[in-house]
Design a protein around this ligand. Structure first.
Ligand code: CAA
Length: 295
């Protein structure tokens, strides 16, 4: 069934990007946060992103306005009532996500697809929050940041996910211009299974004094041709998000490579969440990121 209306829960780093790419292909999008100011801020972030594309003369101003007109910000979960697809991109916490899905279950159309953008939590654990009749329509749809730029979607099938649901997500991903990879329903899926030990090892190397943050990042950028070094990438994704992903993965695998490095714990305790808080492995208060003087 074609999807015309998309309800995106969560207007943060991932949610605003997910809303943007759907609106850009003609979907009507409702961007939901329980606090209206956060939903509005997410929509403004989309306006800023589109403005940059207009400035590069790759998008006409009228087209930008059309895309923005398709997105409405709300704090009312009942706006899910006419959605064909719900994408959940809220904080990486099982109980918080389950609470949201339980609420949405009572409000969404019976035939809506429920897709979680979880980076690590098993889809079966989330699908357990909705009624059994919903579970065939419950799926993992994991985007990568920045969503408008990154071409990958991890499609994660839970035990009950139907072929029809998977096919609809594949077709939508093709419309979004994204490449789909299919992952088994194991915490961290494919990409974070590889990425998390890499980021954690970079943090441990930094903590042990193997190299400065800038040299560790330059090592990956220049020596491995990565677009960003691991410490800058950790700040970009959000250290709180990475901490939550590490906890989910360590809980499952019980292996040190997935555990939060001690330094990450300390940084989280200090309120250093990376770019979003202005301080992480780098200090973002100046014109250019500089190494965090407190580390
Ligand atoms: N939104 C939209 N477009 C953006 C953007 C954003 N937030 N940030 C950058 N771009 C666009 C720029 O406009 C630019 O577009 P054009 O080439 O068309 O002009 C392009 O991306 C390149 O940007 P810049 O020239 O400003 O900078 P850059 O070359 O350093 O690229 C980057 C920026 C795309 C973020 C690049 O550094 C990169 O690919 N970094 C790695 C990103 C990554 O690994 N993401 C995955 C994180 S893991 C994850 O998301 C999943 C998880 O569960 C943890």
């Amino acid at each position: 069934m074609p999807i015309d209306r998309v309800f995106v829960a969560g207007a943060g780093l991932m949610g605003h990007g997910i809303a943007q790419v759907h609106a850009a292909i003609g979907k009507q999008v409702v961007l939901y946060e329980p606090e209206l100011s956060r939903a509005v801020a997410g929509r403004e972030r989309i306006a800023d992103n589109l403005e940059q594309v207009v400035a590069k003369r790759r998008l006409a101003a009228e087209e930008r306005d059309t895309i923005l007109d398709r997105i409405s910000a709300t704090d009312d979960p009942r706006r899910v009532a006419d959605a064909g697809l719900v994408v959940e991109a809220i904080y990486e916490d099982l109980d918080v996500k389950r609470g949201l899905w339980r609420e949405i279950d009572g409000l969404a159309p019976v035939d809506a697809i429920f897709a979680s953008n979880t980076s690590s939590i098993a889809i079966d654990d989330l699908a357990a929050a909705v009624g059994p009749e919903r579970r065939p329509a419950f799926v993992g749809m994991h985007f990568f940041s920045p969503v408008p730029v990154m071409r990958l979607i991890e499609l994660v099938r839970g035990t009950a996910t139907s072929d029809e649901t998977a096919a609809t997500i594949r077709s939508l991903a093709a419309d979004l211009g994204k490449h789909v990879i299919v992952s088994a329903d194991r915490p961290g899926f494919i990409v974070n299974r590889m990425l998390m030990p890499f980021l954690a090892e970079a943090m441990r190397a930094f903590e042990e004094g193997v190299g400065s943050a800038e040299d560790i990042d330059a090592g990956a950028k220049i020596g491995l041709n990565h677009p960003m070094g691991p410490l800058a990438l950790a700040d970009f994704v959000g250290l709180d998000t990475l901490g939550a992903i590490a906890d989910v993965m360590f809980d499952e695998f019980r292996e040190r490579r997935f555990a939060q490095p001690p330094l990450l714990r300390k940084m989280l305790a200090a309120g250093w969440y990376g770019r979003k808080s202005g301080m992480g492995f780098y200090d973002y208060s100046g014109e250019k990121p500089a190494p965090n003087p407190g580390l």
